[in-house]
Design a protein. Sequence first.
Length: 128
Amino acid sequence: IGSDDLPKSQVSIPSTSSSDQISKSNRSGLPVSILPENPEEKRKHIIGLVLEKFPYLSLDDSDERRDTFNLDSSALCPFCNGDHKVNRSIFDEIKGEWGDGEYYGEQTYRLICRISYKPGIPVVSVKA
């Protein structure tokens, strides 16, 4: 089965991207994209969105619960402005996790720094 044959779901992506699959959502003003229903294909697509939006990150690990990203050597963390290469530990990584969205019935994928107390940067929102 090709990716064109898989069922799709709508998502909101808080960045502008040039793709013929993207249109404006009336409610939030965010671009709306189409994601595959297949969990593995959806995860690959979201990781691609993260790496496109944050080119200074690289994927370290990925599973069905979360993704782990590392900062490139010259980049400071956008959340805590810290250098994650100094005294590196498991808590220095940037995680990508699903959680509650801004609206009822939505799930949002956010990038989170374990050092920062900020809520994270939303990457994608989907209707749950």
